[in-house]
Design a protein around this ligand. Structure first.
Ligand SMILES: [Zn+2]
Length: 191
């Protein structure tokens, strides 16, 4: 039976975004609201990367739409946060940290869902925090490069994410007994 809702689904080519329970996925009481809002904007295509600025005719004259990190690909949200070689090194290091092999999907939405589900390593509590933390720190590093000319090594992002998520987990348990050195080497022992 045809329905308007089904028609919209077919036109969009995917029902993933329509079914995406972003309230549950994005809003986490341990993630600061500014990071959660950035996560939400990333999923909904609202981050002002160069591709979005060009689409809105907001790129300054003479400014190209290439990624500031790799200078090769168009700076789309997916490229900047997931697929840029610089960003992918961050993700790869975090996957290795958890002994995870993962094929990165093209889009943010399915990947956010995969993080929400713990990347199959029974670590939902951690990966629900790691995903938004990575998005946020990559965005800060991108802005540092674009506006201040400061280029950060990807390892700085990895270290920042590990520290920030550890602090959130400590706050969640309301205890100081968690050891950071264990978290850095065997994170599953902390969860
Ligand atoms: Zn790039």
């Amino acid at each position: 039976m045809y329905s308007v809702a089904e028609g919209v689904r077919v036109m969009l080519g995917s029902n993933l975004l329509l079914d995406f329970d972003w309230v549950k996925v994005v809003w986490n009481k341990y993630v600061p609201s500014k990071m959660a809002i950035f996560h939400w904007l990333s999923i909904h295509g609202g981050v002002p990367v160069k591709e979005v600025l060009r689409y809105r005719h907001c790129l300054r004259d003479g400014m190209d739409d290439k990624c500031s990190k790799c200078t090769v690909s168009v700076e789309s949200i997916q490229h900047l946060l997931l697929h840029c070689p610089w960003a992918f090194k961050v993700w790869l290091a975090l996957f290795e940290w958890w002994n995870v092999s993962w094929v990165m999907p093209f889009d943010i939405s399915p990947f956010s869902l995969e993080c929400y589900n713990g990347l199959g390593v029974k670590a939902k509590k951690a990966w629900r925090l790691i995903g938004p933390a990575v998005y946020w720190f990559i965005w800060l590093a991108r802005n540092d490069l674009v506006f201040n000319g400061v280029s950060k090594c990807w390892t700085v992002i990895v270290d920042s994410v590990k520290l920030k998520v550890f602090q959130w987990l400590v706050n969640a348990r309301k205890t100081e007994s968690l050891q950071f050195y264990i978290w850095k080497s065997q994170p599953w022992d902390v969860i």
